[in-house]
Design a binder for this molecule. Structure first.
Ligand SMILES: Cc1cc2nc3c(=O)[nH]c(=O)nc-3n(C[C@H](O)[C@H](O)[C@H](O)COP(=O)(O)OP(=O)(O)OC[C@H]3O[C@@H](n4cnc5c(N)ncnc54)[C@H](O)[C@@H]3O)c2cc1C
Length: 403
């Protein structure tokens, strides 16, 4: 029967494309069908790493992943570690190169090349790919599944569900895929944005919008430090962005959904200098008014803003160095929330992993159904960890389906 498949893969994103390659290599492409709702597969993949695709991270282990069960990722990451990812892409013709903090990128720095090589392999293997085919229902029946689109019903022995998360709706992210799993009995943990920009009180921040500086940012909830990171900070019209903030933004997303307590960002604008060194340094600076007192130490506009945040007016002569040191090392702004799923790279929360086998990604509720990628309650840190999860979970499911 033309519409009967060994495996139907629902969602042509990073995890679905990889799952299709793995399944087709083991089963033969003619037994595998990939259904994608968008006109083309891999739209989000094209935008990864600002178009350069941070494909994996050599440091990927479960300590970089989050969710209700942080140990859920261990088995899949052990079976398909970062080196396996690098080797897999080498087999497609994509050569990877190492960068800072264990990050791996394609040598050609083109996310489009990663997508092309996945698609070329699907073509070579003869995988059936149908775009503009949004799956609207999956029914579990005797002997398999009916996978329903607006105009066709496909029959499958196995279904791999990989419809992604709610982050980045402009790139196809949506919460609708979760509905396919929940109608089959799966539970969903609360969703919130991660790897996302942060909104703050803008009294001082707005004055320095557009400026970048190295900083240590600490998120503090009701006076207690939650997480801290050092790197490039970008001040914006609405608050804070840049890699340093994106990396630890998950804590703010989680707080925003709970709506409990006061969240602040404490910013050390001179992480390279200790407080004692800074006090010594300020004592010996030429005497200027606040307008220029910090010029040459910090960006002039940041220096002036810090003086104002410390309570000086720009024509004051600075004598109280202690107040200024506190403002430089602990510049504190009230956090009001995140930029939401619209600005987020990743969805935290998702399909409850206690109903999924961590070795095979098979549903514990519906035999023959597999759930992979971002739709599960697994999210990684910034730096290639989320794609690594997409590839590793795809490999786990494909291995099980092909056995
Ligand atoms: C701007 C941006 C940059 C990023 N950069 C990086 C990076 O450099 N490194 C990194 O590790 N991670 C990065 N990420 C995160 C990473 O892209 C995702 O975690 C990853 O794409 C998730 O893969 P997935 O297959 O689970 O979901 P997706 O890639 O989102 O794919 C899901 C697919 O399912 C399709 N779909 C949804 N519903 C249906 C349906 N009902 N029927 C049929 N098809 C459906 C969607 O159209 C989509 O094509 C970035 C994310 C963004 C937004």
């Amino acid at each position: 029967m033309a519409n009967r498949w060994h495996t139907v893969i629902v969602g042509g994103g990073a995890s679905g494309l990889a799952a299709a390659v793995f399944c087709a290599r083991a089963l033969g492409g003619e037994r595998v069908l990939l259904l994608e709702k968008a006109p083309r597969v891999g739209k989000k993949l094209l935008a990864t790493g600002n178009g350069t695709c941070n494909i994996t991270n050599r440091r990927a282990d479960s300590s970089h992943y989050h969710g209700a069960d942080p140990s859920f990722s261990i088995a899949a990451l052990s079976a398909f570690p970062p080196q396996a990812c690098i080797d897999f892409f080498a087999s497609l013709g994509v050569v990877c190169a190492s960068r800072e903090e264990g990050r791996e990128y394609p040598l050609c720095e083109q996310a489009a090349a990663v997508l092309d090589c996945l698609r070329l392999e699907l073509k070579r293997l003869g995988v059936n790919e149908r775009c503009e085919s949004a799956v609207i229902a999956i029914r579990h029946e005797k002997g398999g599944f009916s996978v329903v689109t607006a105009d066709t019903i496909f029959y499958a022995e196995h279904v791999i569900l990989c419809t992604g998360g709610a982050a980045a709706p402009s790139l196809g992210g949506s919460a609708e895929g979760y509905g396919l799993a929940t109608t089959l009995g799966h539970r969903k943990t609360p969703l919130f944005p991660s790897i996302v920009q942060i909104k703050t009180d803008t009294t001082f921040v707005k004055a320095v919008k557009g400026l970048r500086t190295d900083a240590t940012v600490t998120f503090v909830l009701d006076g207690k430090s939650l997480c801290s990171h050092t790197g490039e900070l970008l001040f914006t019209e609405y608050g804070l962005s840049g890699p340093v903030v994106m990396q630890i933004s998950r804590a703010v997303g989680d707080w925003e959904r709970r709506k409990k307590g006061v969240m602040q960002a404490s910013i050390d604008l001179l992480p390279a200098m200790s407080e004692t060194e800074l006090i010594e340094h300020l004592k010996n600076r030429p005497v200027h008014t606040a307008e220029d007192f910090l010029t040459g130490l910090l960006h002039k506009r940041i220096g002036q803003t810090i003086c104002r945040a410390a309570g000086f007016s720009l024509n004051d002569t600075i004598r109280d160095h202690g107040r200024l040191v506190a403002a430089i090392k602990r510049f504190t702004v009230d956090v009001t929330g995140t930029q939401g799923f619209g600005g987020a790279q990743v969805t935290a929360g998702g399909i409850d992993t206690s109903d999924v086998d961590s070795v095979t990604m098979q549903s514990r509720l519906v035999p023959g159904l597999y759930l992979i990628g971002e739709m599960l309650d697994v999210d990684g840190d910034c730096g290639g960890y989320n794609l690594q999860w997409a590839w590793a979970s795809a490999y786990a499911a494909a291995q099980a389906v092909s056995r």
